[in-house]
Ligand binder design. Structure first.
Ligand SMILES: NC(=O)c1ccc[n+]([C@@H]2O[C@H](COP(=O)([O-])OP(=O)(O)OC[C@H]3O[C@@H](n4cnc5c(N)ncnc54)[C@H](OP(=O)(O)O)[C@@H]3O)[C@@H](O)[C@H]2O)c1
Length: 282
């Protein structure tokens, strides 16, 4: 399995205690990546789940302590990551309010839950951050955008960057209202990518390629194109021009894409998903 290159970066165990409330898909992925990459030692990590059976299996799977007691888990934690479903956040914050103090940092990873929502429900002075990771985080190729709340400082953002760096790239923004656009582009983006890959593969099948080879070629073409944008820093239009030789094959393919209005369709996809994210977080 491929992970973002860590060459040249020093990975060291941070001397922070981390509690992950909700060791499900995202919480479990974070725990596993943090330990595997040596960001924290397993004894500094504690998780919780809602049920005894899930705690037991997460404990075995990730090799860390997993409890059903949120109060016990957050005692002594420097960073508390909330990774339960958005609809469970209100109740969870009610439970955490008496036991979380301003010396601890709270990070919410729940979609559409604002830092204000969390701040209002905790004791005055607790620093809160919000993170919007996306699905490829589950295999270490994620994109997480962080946003500090009113009381979070640069050092808290740096801590969260280290944590989410274990599952992919990280960016931070100051304006929380942009988190809806982040959701519409980065959160939903992998789904747009899957549609593009699926459709390209269908084209390969139409022109005679076996389906599994067509899917591999489509996925690797998109992965390679994306890696070139990120690694060279070149504008995508310039890279496209490098593939498009005069009177060659690509320009005919591009014409078909333009006829199908692919650009407008993708712009509208991000715009519509952003509008929906705005509506939900309201
Ligand atoms: N998965 C992603 O790629 C992704 C991406 C971006 C954002 N997120 C956000 O991350 C959050 C978690 O998503 P997920 O996909 O990881 O969900 P999930 O797999 O359903 O995990 C939720 C976890 O929370 C536990 N839980 C529920 N209520 C709890 C409570 N009161 N105290 C302690 N643990 C509790 C559940 O325990 P049981 O199993 O025992 O019920 C489960 O382990 C969501 O808010 C989602 O919006 C996820």
């Amino acid at each position: 399995m491929l992970y973002p290159p860590l060459l040249g970066q020093e990975v060291y165990a941070m001397n922070k205690n981390i509690a992950v409330i909700g060791v499900g898909k995202l919480g479990g992925t974070l725990c596993s990546a943090l330990v595997r990459r040596g960001v924290v030692t397993p004894d500094r990590l504690v998780g919780t789940t809602a049920h005894e059976a899930s705690a037991q299996s997460a404990q075995e799977q990730y090799g860390i302590r997993v409890l059903n007691d949120n109060t016990a888990a957050v005692a002594g934690a420097d960073l508390i990551i909330l990774s339960v479903k958005p609809q469970g956040m209100g109740k969870l914050l009610q439970e955490l309010k008496p036991v979380v103090s301003p010396g601890q940092v709270v990070l919410t990873a729940a979609a559409a839950i604002t830092t204000g929502f969390v701040e209002e429900r905790l004791q005055e002075g607790v620093p809160v951050l919000r993170a919007m990771p996306n699905l490829p985080s589950l295999i270490g190729h994620g994109m997480t955008v962080l946003c500090p709340g009113r009381r979070a400082r640069a050092e808290h953002v740096a801590l969260a960057e280290e944590v989410f760096g274990a599952v992919g790239r990280v960016a931070a923004i100051d304006h929380e209202e942009l988190m809806d656009a982040v959701t519409g582009l980065s959160g939903s983006g992998p789904a747009y990518g899957y549609i593009i890959i699926e459709s390209l593969a269908e084209g390969g099948v139409k022109t005679g390629l076996p389906r599994s080879l067509a899917t591999t070629l489509a996925a690797q073409a998109i992965l390679g194109a994306a890696a070139m944008v990120l690694e060279t820093g070149q504008h995508p239009a310039l890279l496209k021009d490098m593939v498009t030789t005069p009177a060659g094959t690509t320009v005919d393919g591009l014409m078909a894409l333009e006829e199908g209005n692919i650009r407008v369709a993708l712009i509208k996809a991000v715009d519509a998903a952003t509008a929906k994210a705005k509506e939900i977080s309201r």
